[in-house]
Design a protein around this ligand. Structure first.
Ligand SMILES: [Zn+2]
Length: 95
């Protein structure tokens, strides 16, 4: 926790986006850094932030977010973001 505070939702979304992008389901989607970052940013704009300042808080919030019900709506927003970025990628075509 370098900054002294962290958005647990951001950690969770970044992990999930990277996980989805390595799976079979999204193999036709662009996996460049720019697209992944756009997917993460777009998801986070549609999800509440959950900042914490301690490792204990981080674990507690992670457990709270990691329920079946919460994972369902978080995944919904992430998958929506993956499709939007996949359809309208903003990456530089030279890479
Ligand atoms: Zn891309």
């Amino acid at each position: 926790m370098d900054k002294g505070y962290i958005n647990v939702m951001e950690e969770m979304v970044a992990t999930l986006v990277n996980f989805y992008m390595t799976g079979n389901e999204y193999q036709t989607f662009c996996k460049c850094k720019k697209c992944r970052n756009d997917m993460i940013a777009l998801s986070l704009n549609n999800l509440p932030s959950h900042y914490v300042t301690t490792e204990e808080g981080r674990e507690r919030i992670y457990d709270q977010l990691n329920t079946e019900e919460n994972r369902m709506w978080i995944n919904k927003r992430i998958i929506n973001a993956i499709h939007i970025v996949g359809k309208y990628p903003k990456h530089d075509n030279t890479d």
